[in-house]
Design a protein around this ligand. Structure first.
Ligand code: PLP
Length: 375
């Protein structure tokens, strides 16, 4: 199996596996209990928190652990609305982008059903937000602007620092979904809230985090035992926190090396695929570990079925399962047929040049075979 689905999830790093191991079987104390084992677990969690904060790299805030980035995004949006209502602030409007992850879009839709005024901005054919459009839309009713840094389906980078500066000028907050950016490139200063996930950086599944600028904390999301400064109750999992911390530490240490590796893989993949493919989204503003491409007359779902030994996808893992064409590709202006002939190849730290070029060669051959059948 050649694994080319790094946006869906990433392989656990051996260092993460080793760091987590003692916390699974031997060290089982509750990190919130006053026993010696509890204190030890609590200390390990705080070390992990620092590693995650360092990987996010922003100043003036701190991280609370969550069960996933989906939870962090739900908390950021719903909790910010809740905090504004409690303060009796007039702001009742959210702005987001058509290419956001479902964790943002569906949460915003739900908030709209609860009375929030929602604006979903379109993007250009390159997947980028037009900042003039944002400028025209921003007004003093906007509470929060949500935009992701690296798109999970097409790898395009939004100008998050500029978006945050514009939001702040109008007194709004900015939420950044940095799930696909963490550890891969620097997160720019500006956002007030940042959602991340361990399993996208070679850490375990089932843990994410919300970074909150001091003073911009959303209202508490899960009520109960008062963990995470009373904002997100529930016993923390030492093994998951330690795994996330180890993955974040490694990501900081390896960020530049990983990026150079991925950049070389991008060039090699394009060469190995050969002519006839079109890249979806901007080629200039992007993370190079995400290659979303299409080819006329290709049935991407069939390609996926024909090439069972290569793990790649049709867009987000969620979109691939639904059979619906990706909302991100539709937002770029691709028609139904073009969206149906698009595939996403995702590669990273542990992808070798040889396996990537082999897989691209096979994908290109299978695509050509489909074309012959159609002809
Ligand atoms: N945001 C983006 C951009 C993602 O790629 C994902 C995962 O697919 C998520 C949010 C949700 O992350 P999690 O799997 O931690 O809920």
């Amino acid at each position: 199996m050649i694994y080319l689905d790094y946006q869906a999830t990433t392989p656990i790093a051996p260092e993460v596996d080793a760091a987590m191991a003692p916390w699974i079987a031997q060290k089982f104390a509750n990190p919130h209990s006053p026993s010696r084992g509890g204190h030890e677990a609590e200390a390990a969690i705080e070390v992990a928190r620092k590693h995650v904060e360092r990987a996010i790299g922003l100043h003036g805030g701190s991280v609370a652990f969550t069960g996933s980035a989906t939870e962090a995004l739900n908390w950021a949006l719903k909790g910010t609305v809740e905090a504004a209502r409690a303060d009796r602030r007039e702001r009742n409007r959210i702005i987001t982008l058509a290419t956001e992850h479902a964790a943002v879009l569906d949460t915003c839709e739900w908030l709209a059903s609860q009375g929030i005024d929602l604006t979903v901005l379109p993007v250009g054919r390159d997947g980028l937000l037009d900042l003039d459009l944002l400028e025209r839309e921003l007004d003093e009713r906007v509470l929060i602007v949500a935009a992701m840094l690296v798109n999970n389906e097409i790898g395009v980078l939004q100008p998050v620092a500029e978006i945050a500066a514009m939001a702040h000028q109008r007194g709004a907050l900015m939420l950044c979904d940095a799930v696909q950016a963490l550890g891969r490139l620097r997160i720019p200063e500006g956002p007030d809230l940042v959602a991340v996930s361990a399993h996208k950086i070679h850490g375990p599944k089932g843990i994410g985090a919300l970074w909150m600028r001091e003073g911009a904390e959303p209202a508490p999301f899960i009520h109960g035992g008062g963990q995470e400064r009373g904002m997100r109750s529930g016993t923390l999992s030492p093994q998951l926190c330690v795994g996330f911390g180890a993955a974040a530490k490694l990501a900081v240490e390896r960020c530049d090396r990983d990026y150079d590796h991925v950049q070389r893989l991008w060039t090699a993949a394009i060469k190995a695929l050969g002519p006839g493919w079109t890249i979806n989204g901007s080629t200039a503003h992007r993370y190079p570990g995400n290659l979303n491409i299409r080819r006329d007359a290709v049935d991407a779902a069939r390609l996926l079925a024909d090439l069972r030994e290569i793990a790649f996808s049709l867009g987000s893992a969620c979109a691939s399962g639904s059979g619906r064409p990706s909302h991100v590709l539709r937002a770029l202006g691709l028609d139904y047929r073009q969206a149906r002939s698009s595939i996403r190849l995702g590669f990273g730290r542990y992808t070798t040049h040889e396996e990537l070029t082999d897989a691209c060669g096979e994908i290109a051959a299978a695509a050509r075979a489909q074309e012959h059948l159609v002809a």
